[in-house]
Design a protein around this ligand. Structure first.
Ligand SMILES: [Zn+2]
Length: 384
C-alpha cells in the first residue's frame, strides 16, 4: 500500500517532542518573530473570508502583531502554573512543532545540536468575563468565520493536518480539567502536551501524581477499526448503510467501530464485522491509518477477506442494531463508479447510493479492494 499521507495525517512539522520539556525552548519559540499561531475559538479553527484558507497568525501581519506582542509574553510568565489553564487565563496553547527549511531565523541548541525552523502553536481562545484575557484582547480574530466540516475537506492536506493536530490537543486540554487520581485541578506542562496534577498535599494520595512512571495525564487517542470486507478473489465488497450517518443522501461505506480494551486490531475487526453484519470473517490485514479529529480518533484501516461457503457470507443485521442495510456489491460496479469520480465528498455509485469521497480512509480501503481485484485479474490473464 502506498505510504502517501492520508488526509489529516501528513506530518508537516518536525514535532521535536524531546524539546517540549525545555522551558527555555518554549519561551524562545513562543516569542520569536517568525512564530505562527493557529487560532481556534472554543475549540474550532477559523477560515479567512478572502481565500477560504485556515487562518494563521504571525507578527508579520500588522493587525496580529499587537495581539501577539502583548498576550504571548504575559502568557509565557504563566507557563507550568495553574494560572495558565484556560479557565483562569482564557487561552490554551499547545506546541505543534517546527516547520523546517524556511527562512526563519529561529534556532535552539540542545545537546550540541541546533534545531531550526518556524515554530508552530495551536492557540485556543476561551475567554470569559472572569479570565485574565478578554474578548477585546483578540479583536479582530472574532470576526473570522469558524471552520465547518464542509470547509475543512476543501483545505490542502498540509493545512488539514495542522488543524487536526491542533484540534486534538486543544480539545483534550479544554475537556480534561481535573485529575482522575484525586480530583485536583490539572495544569498544562511541556507546552500543552501533558497535564499535571496540582495536588501538593503529600498526605492526600493521588495515583496519578504518585505513580512511579507516567505521573502525568497524556492526550487521548481513541483507536477505531475500519474494515473493507471482501471475498478471496476481491470480486465482491460488503458495504453498509449506517443509522447514525443517516443524512440527506444515501451513503454506503465500510464497517467501523471503536476498539475495546485488551483486544487486538484484528480481533476488533472480526468482532465488529460479525456484530454489525453477521458475516464471519477470519482473515484481517492492516492496510493504513488516518487520524480523525472529531474529537480524537485514530482510524485503523483494514481489509477483511471472507471465505465464502454459503454460511460465512450471509448477512444478518439482527445482532447489533447499528445498520440500516448491508449488501454485497460487485467490485466491477464499484470500479466503474471510482473511474467516473471527479472529486468531492461522495462518489455517486448506483441508483441513489453514494460511496465516501477521497478524503476518507473508507475510500482508500474500497479503492484497495478494487486495486487487488484488478491485480489478480491481470496476473491470472497473463498466465493463460
Ligand atoms: Zn491527582
Amino acid at each position: 500500500m502506498s505510504t502517501a499521507a492520508t488526509f489529516f495525517g501528513q506530518q508537516v512539522l518536525n514535532r521535536v517532542s524531546f524539546l517540549r520539556c525545555s522551558k527555555e525552548f518554549i519561551k524562545k519559540s513562543l516569542n520569536h518573530d517568525s512564530t505562527i499561531f493557529i487560532p481556534f475559538i472554543e475549540g474550532e479553527a477559523l477560515i479567512s473570508p478572502e481565500n477560504g484558507n485556515l487562518v494563521q497568525l504571525s507578527k508579520s501581519k500588522k493587525s496580529f502583531k499587537s495581539i501577539l506582542s502583548t498576550i504571548i509574553p504575559l502568557y509565557t510568565t504563566l507557563l507550568n502554573t495553574t494560572r495558565s489553564r484556560s479557565d483562569e487565563s482564557g487561552i490554551n496553547l499547545t506546541f505543534l512543532g517546527l516547520l523546517e527549511n524556511t527562512d526563519s531565523t529561529f534556532d535552539f541548541e540542545w545537546s550540541d545540536i541546533s534545531y531550526k525552523g518556524t515554530p508552530y502553536f495551536g492557540l485556543d481562545i476561551r475567554v470569559t468575563e472572569s479570565t485574565l484575557f478578554k474578548k477585546a484582547d483578540f479583536e479582530p480574530i472574532f470576526s473570522y468565520p469558524k471552520m465547518t466540516r464542509d470547509h475543512i475537506f476543501k483545505q490542502t492536506n498540509e493545512d488539514a493536518s495542522l488543524y487536526s493536530q491542533g484540534r486534538m490537543y486543544l480539545d483534550w486540554l479544554a475537556k480534561y480539567k481535573f485529575c482522575p487520581g484525586c480530583g485536583s485541578t490539572l495544569f498544562p506542562v511541556d507546552a500543552g502536551t501533558k497535564l499535571q496534577c496540582s495536588n501538593e498535599n503529600k498526605n492526600v494520595y493521588c495515583n496519578v501524581r504518585d505513580a512511579s512512571v507516567n505521573n502525568v495525564c497524556f492526550p487521548r487517542t481513541d483507536p477505531t477499526v475500519i474494515v473493507a470486507v471482501t471475498n478471496s478473489d476481491y470480486s465482491k465488497c460488503c458495504l453498509a448503510r449506517s443509522k447514525k450517518r443517516h443524512g440527506d443522501f444515501v451513503l454506503y461505506s465500510t464497517i467501523a467501530g471503536f476498539m475495546e480494551p485488551s483486544e487486538t486490531i484484528e480481533e476488533a475487526c472480526i468482532r465488529e464485522i460479525w456484530e454489525e453484519t453477521g458475516i464471519s470473517c477470519k482473515n484481517i490485514d492492516i492496510v493504513r491509518s488516518q487520524p480523525w479529529p472529531y474529537p480524537c480518533s485514530l482510524m485503523i484501516g483494514c481489509l477483511g477477506v471472507v471465505e465464502f461457503n454459503s454460511e460465512n457470507e450471509v448477512i444478518n443485521l439482527n445482532h447489533d442494531d447499528e445498520l440500516l442495510d448491508a449488501q454485497w456489491f460487485d467490485t466491477t460496479e464499484i470500479i466503474q463508479a471510482l473511474d467516473n469520480y471527479t472529486g468531492g465528498f461522495r462518489v455517486p455509485f448506483k441508483n441513489d447510493i453514494n460511496l465516501p469521497g477521497s478524503t476518507t480512509i473508507a475510500f482508500q480501503l474500497i479503492s484497495h479492494v478494487c486495486k487487488n481485484y484488478r491485480s489478480l485479474r491481470k496476473a491470472s490473464s497473463s498466465h493463460l
